[in-house]
Write a protein that binds this ligand. Structure first.
Ligand SMILES: [Zn+2]
Length: 479
């Protein structure tokens, strides 16, 4: 019985990316649609990817002195009003709930981000320079109500993320660590997800509501759109002033601390799907793959017991990896191959009666389809080598795609042409909010993504308005 026909992905990635994406995510069992409009269900296979990301990132931030905590989902309305810019920035997307507490009539927001409730606590916890730096992170859900139609992992009213919130005694320390957390995001994308990014500061128009400077890492997807992978904001002392956070310095005087906040979300899973997937479905980079190796025993009635035994033995040799044996009786080997390919498992190991006679297995790479034969005694070392190679190969391919998509332009006609060709654009820009509004309107959605750090004055004019440019920026449409 072959169920491939009703199970496989029915469109090509290059022909209809949105449809392909929806099928890759649902048929790969990462996530599903939910009956509540704009929300999604993360299935165990997708959640395991999130857990891989959490495990990696917790390890990194622990080394940087960050500890995890948890703050409430509900935020009093008055907290929002304390930081005017912040309140204004999030106003259209906040979901409000009625306060059932008889002692309070105040509406409660469901957090669209947690700066306000966390900084209220910081105003009580921070007293002296000895309380600084204070570095906390929380993993939680976020609600932003403006989204209507869900794009699984990419756009939904509720999603999961991490948000880090730190307070420092000096501006220099704050600025330095804002960049360190951004560098961690770059490393996460490169090392774990095999996704290259461009990195830099946001334009004034794109800066986080209430921040002094926003920095970002952005990936470029195969359909010609940027995807923001993580942001780190230098908040200056604005929130500290609004929330009355102050500390007694070594100089015995009262000071406001300097703060940053930084976050990434479950969108990263969407980025992995789009970046690496192919016409057969998902392609998981080994470092984040929930299952790195699937062992498929080729079962015949006569040799069934010995084949299963050999598969068990192979799994035992590979126990340092995330390995699974697919011994389901109700499906053919061919059906299983398709199924695991759709789920993007990096390496498939086939064990059949002939292989057992020869004390060997057949390994099949998901990224290239290449078949490799390995003797029993080299299974573990070969697997390690292949998984590393698959991880590197996916990263190299993604880097080449980004390089091919990048185009530097100095004039507006070239800019418009690059937008039409779905390029990642690098162009001199004045940085003006009104100018960027016009760019976005004329291009039906392209805006600045970031300006790389440490640039010399380009001595060029803005690609759009012709005023002196202050830097080169990446531009493009985005998710
Ligand atoms: Zn301009």
């Amino acid at each position: 019985m072959d169920k491939k026909a009703d199970k496989g992905i029915t469109v090509k990635k290059s022909e209809d990316m949105p449809e392909w994406y929806g099928q890759a995510v649902t048929k790969g069992q990462l996530a599903d649609y939910s009956p509540v409009r704009g929300t999604m269900i993360i299935r165990p296979y997708g959640y395991a990817m999130w857990e891989s990301i959490q495990q990696y990132f917790n390890g990194q931030i622990r080394k940087l002195g960050v500890r995890n905590a948890y703050f409430p989902l509900f935020i009093p309305e008055s907290f929002f009003k304390k930081e005017a810019q912040h309140a204004q920035g999030f106003a259209p997307e906040v979901a409000w709930v009625e306060n059932k507490d008889e002692n309070s009539q105040e509406r409660l927001a469901i957090r669209p981000t947690s700066e306000t409730i966390i900084y209220d606590a910081y105003s009580r916890w921070i007293r002296s320079h000895r309380d600084l730096p204070l570095r906390l992170n929380q993993w939680c859900n976020i609600v932003r109500w403006e989204v209507k139609d869900v794009k699984l992992f990419l756009r939904s009213r509720e999603f999961l993320w991490q948000e880090g919130h730190c307070a420092y005694a000096t501006e220099a320390e704050c600025q330095k660590e804002t960049r360190i957390f951004l560098d961690e995001y770059e490393k996460l994308c490169n090392d774990l997800l095999a996704i290259p990014v461009v990195k830099g500061s946001k334009s004034e128009r794109e800066t986080f509501a209430g921040a002094k400077e926003s920095t970002t890492v952005e990936a470029f997807m195969p359909d010609g759109k940027f995807l923001q992978c993580g942001t780190s904001h230098n908040l200056g002392q604005g929130f500290a002033r609004s929330f009355g956070i102050s500390f007694l310095g070594e100089d015995e005087k009262s000071h406001h601390p300097w703060q940053n906040s930084w976050g990434f979300s479950t969108r990263l899973i969407g980025a992995v799907v789009m970046q690496h997937g192919d016409d057969k479905g998902l392609v998981m980079p080994p470092n984040i793959a929930p299952t790195q190796i699937v062992i498929v025993p080729i079962l015949f009635e006569k040799t069934r017991a010995s084949t299963l035994e050999a598969a068990q033995k192979a799994a035992e040799w590979l126990k340092e990896f995330r390995v699974e044996i697919d011994s389901r009786d109700e499906y053919s080997a061919g059906w299983k191959f398709n199924d695991w390919e759709m789920k993007g498992v990096p390496l498939r190991i086939e064990v059949g009666p002939k292989d057992i006679e020869n004390k060997r297995v057949v390994m099949v790479r998901r990224d290239t389809g290449e078949k490799i034969t390995a003797k029993y005694n080299e299974i573990a070392s070969k697997t390690k080598e292949l998984l590393e190679d698959i991880q590197n190969n996916l990263f190299t391919k993604a880097k080449e795609n980004l390089k091919k998509a990048l185009v530097e332009v100095d004039t507006w006609p070239e800019f418009m042409k690059a937008v039409d060709n779905k390029k990642a654009i690098f162009a001199p820009f004045c940085g003006g909010v009104a100018c960027e509004d016009e760019i976005k309107e004329k291009t039906k959605g392209a805006n600045s993504r970031c300006r790389p750090f440490d640039q010399k004055n380009p001595k060029k004019n803005c690609v759009h308005c012709g005023k002196p440019a202050h830097a080169y920026y990446y531009f493009g449409k985005c998710y």
